[in-house]
Design a protein around this ligand. Structure first.
Ligand SMILES: Cc1ncc(COP(=O)(O)O)c(C=O)c1O
Length: 358
């Protein structure tokens, strides 16, 4: 047997769902609604599908490793310099490479819990020690406790805004105050994977501030509102010196040509993206209201999912919903459901009623 790193035994596995077709076959159900991975419930925009198809004839060549066109377009989109943009194979790759670039034995990383599992995985893979700080009793980041958790060995702090799995945000003012309170030797990562869905006016993206600060990286993705989860493309925004240091750990040719051209085609579609955000907000309000009226404790979500805590066994509820053809995600004591199409959202609520009634 090969000799493996023993410390990797502590790395949690990322929960991967079975293919929908397989679940449907096993359960003998015609249709399954997957509301488990916070994906966009509708197909990619037609312009994007066309761009992906057209790129098919070019894939005998390696992709542009510097993602020149996409980087330039993102810089224009966000009104920053191209040297402040770093494109990766999903924002997960940006997060993982970042952890590798600032981690190492003897260092630690501070993040909230429950939050995006990738922070813990990336920390451990980078030989660093995770320091998890519980969310407050409103399911939000406890920024004071996170500040207090930082030690001399901390090299990175992750803030997930909105937070996955609970969907809550901290205001722009709070995030900026947190950044100001952290020593410049500590990298602050603001993960805004769900930023485009936020409707609360107190939210502020840190994208315009990050390039001006030495130690702030904002992570964004095309996997969510742009509907490109299957292609793997995301990006980071930060000071050019920071980006140059962080990207050292990224493998060459990480972002495929179809992914680059799809992102390039999706980026200018601001009106269509705004329509998706609006539809999501309606679905989110519907789910929040329906779940609350059934007595569940529901987190105040600003993302494309809603988190609630059932009175009893979340795992039992997951299994029962699965038998009804709806896949959700269990996270600790809570259940996270992705906002789907109106029909999917209604199916979930009806399934929940059926499960509770039986
Ligand atoms: C908070 C958060 N950040 C980042 C990601 C990663 O997105 P991707 O790697 O698809 O860009 C996810 C995915 O679910 C997420 O929830």
């Amino acid at each position: 047997m090969p000799t493996y790193r023993p410390d990797l035994d502590a790395v949690p596995s990322y929960t991967l769902g079975k293919p929908i077709g397989e679940v449907a076959r096993e359960l003998g159900i015609d249709s399954i609604d997957k509301l488990a991975s916070n994906e966009c419930p509708t197909e990619p925009f037609p312009e994007v599908v066309e761009a992906i198809a057209a790129s098919g004839t070019t894939v005998n060549r390696y992709p542009d490793s510097g993602q020149y066109e996409l980087t330039k377009a993102l810089a224009l989109h966000h009104d920053v310099e191209p040297s402040s943009i770093w494109v990766g194979a999903g924002s997960s790759e940006v997060l993982r490479c970042t952890a590798l670039s600032v981690g190492g034995t003897g260092t630690n990383a501070v993040f909230a819990e429950p939050s995006f599992i990738m922070y813990r995985i990336a920390t451990l893979v980078a030989f660093a020690t995770p320091i998890a700080v519980s969310l407050d009793d409103r399911f939000d980041h406890d920024l004071d406790a996170m500040l207090a958790a930082i030690t001399d060995e901390t090299t990175i702090v992750y803030i997930c805004n909105p937070n996955n799995p609970t969907g809550g945000i901290r205001s722009g003012e709070d995030i900026r105050a947190f950044i100001d309170a952290v020593d410049e030797s500590v990298l602050v990562v603001i993960d805004e994977a769900y930023g485009e869905y936020v409707t609360d006016p107190s939210f502020a993206s840190m994208i315009d501030q990050a390039p001006l600060l030495p130690n702030v990286l904002v992570a964004r993705t095309f996997s969510k509102i742009y509907g490109l989860a299957g292609l793997r493309v995301g990006y980071g925004v930060g000071h050019p010196d920071l980006i140059a240091k962080l990207r050292v750990t990224q493998p060459p040719f990480a972002v495929t040509t179809p992914a680059q051209v799809a992102a390039l085609a999706a980026l200018p579609l601001r009106d269509s993206v705004a329509e998706r955000a609006e539809a999501n907000a309606k679905g989110r309000s519907y789910l929040t209201a329906e779940l609350s009226s059934r007595g569940y404790r529901v987190a105040n979500s600003q993302a494309n999912f809603v988190y609630f805590e059932p009175q009893d066994d979340a795992v039992g509820l997951f299994d029962a919903l699965l038998r009804e053809g709806v896949i959700v995600r269990i996270l600790g004591k809570g259940v996270r459901v992705t906002v789907g199409t109106p029909a999917e959202n209604e199916r979930l609520i009806h399934a929940l009623d059926d499960v509770v009634a039986s």
